[in-house]
Design a protein around this ligand. Structure first.
Ligand code: CUA
Length: 320
């Protein structure tokens, strides 16, 4: 389990539900505020009238019985019309917020995000970039996201930027992802999906268009093979063990899509979908026994020797 709580969240980010940072999140937040004000006013008026009636008309010694009424058409029309008007107003406000927060999908997605037990695969179909548990976006540009699942139901949620949406196996869903400012935003899986549901975090890293372009360019470079030393031995070990049955590294024989693509593994900030910061020490713990760091994770304990772990860490650290 992570010892340093700072290490488990994207730097400077927390799960902030009431801090919208995109046009879509603002539309939903404003609808929530307006609805709360209307409902609050109804509560105050109704509760106030009840309290007033209780005090003003309470039974007093010797008072005659009040006038008994059997219906009042005018009042009945008023108390039917007012709620109808409130519901109609809320309906129109909701329809407007929905069209802002959830516009129709674009014909071709900018991003394909796939939920796996327990990590997120991220693909940019236009450029061909593949990464995991990190979404990079240019500031102020809406990205259409196609959301899929490879196994069970997951739920993709970046509270500051967009609504929750379920990842359903065999039924892609769609949402828009956009941010008004640069920064790192925390995303989580918000539907129980198995033992490590709580460790299915991801970061949305919003950059200037130039930084985003530079990131994409760097991500498209295939991995260079280290010439010698522990890193070269690590690559040889990677190529002859089960690593390549699950992982892909562009520029090597590893092409599997079961686990995260590792081509630019060292450029990522976190390990194990947010469970620890991506440092050499944490990577060493992970490779020594991933089951100890993230119990139930699909990566088995390969019982690598200390020397093998050193070689693999040396190699993986070159994958910038
Ligand atoms: Cu994936 Cu919860």
């Amino acid at each position: 389990m992570p010892s340093d709580p700072e290490s488990v969240l994207p730097i400077g980010a927390a799960l902030r539900v009431l801090a919208p940072e995109s046009p879509q999140a603002h539309a939903m937040f404003n609808l929530g505020v307006v609805t709360a004000i209307i409902l609050g006013a109804i509560f105050v008026i109704v509760a106030g009238l009840i309290v007033y009636a209780l005090m003003r008309f309470r039974w007093r010694e010797g008072e005659p019985e009040p006038v008994q009424l059997a219906g009042n058409l005018k009042i009945e029309i008023i108390w039917t019309a007012i709620p109808c008007a409130i519901v109609a107003a809320l309906f129109m406000l909701t329809a407007r917020a929905m069209s802002l927060a959830d516009p129709p999908p674009a014909p071709a997605p900018d991003l394909i995000v796939t939920g796996h037990q327990w990590w997120w695969e991220v693909r940019y179909p236009e450029s061909g970039v593949v990464t995991a548990n990190e979404i990079h976006l240019p500031v102020g540009r809406p990205f259409s996201v196609k959301l899929e699942s490879s196994d069970v139901l997951h739920e993709f949620w970046v509270p500051e930027l967009a609504r929750k949406i379920t990842a359903v196996p065999g039924h892609p869903n769609h949402l828009w992802l956009e941010a008004d400012r640069t920064g790192t935003f925390l995303g989580i899986c918000s539907e129980f999906c198995g033992t490590q549901h709580a460790w299915m975090h991801f970061s949305v890293i919003v950059e200037s268009p130039a930084d985003f372009a530079a990131w994409q360019k760097a991500q498209l470079r295939p991995a260079a093979a280290p010439a010698a030393g522990a890193a070269a031995e690590g690559l040889a070990l990677f190529a002859r063990t089960s690593c390549l049955s699950c992982h892909a590294i562009a520029g090597t024989a590893a092409r599997a899509r079961v686990g995260p693509d590792l081509t630019h593994f060292a450029s990522r900030r976190h390990l194990g979908a947010g469970i620890a910061a991506n440092t050499a020490a944490n990577l060493r713990r992970w490779l020594t026994n991933p089951q100890e760091v993230k119990p139930g994770v699909k990566m088995p304990d390969f019982k690598f020797t200390d020397q093998q772990v050193t070689q693999l860490v040396a190699y993986l650290e070159t994958l910038q």
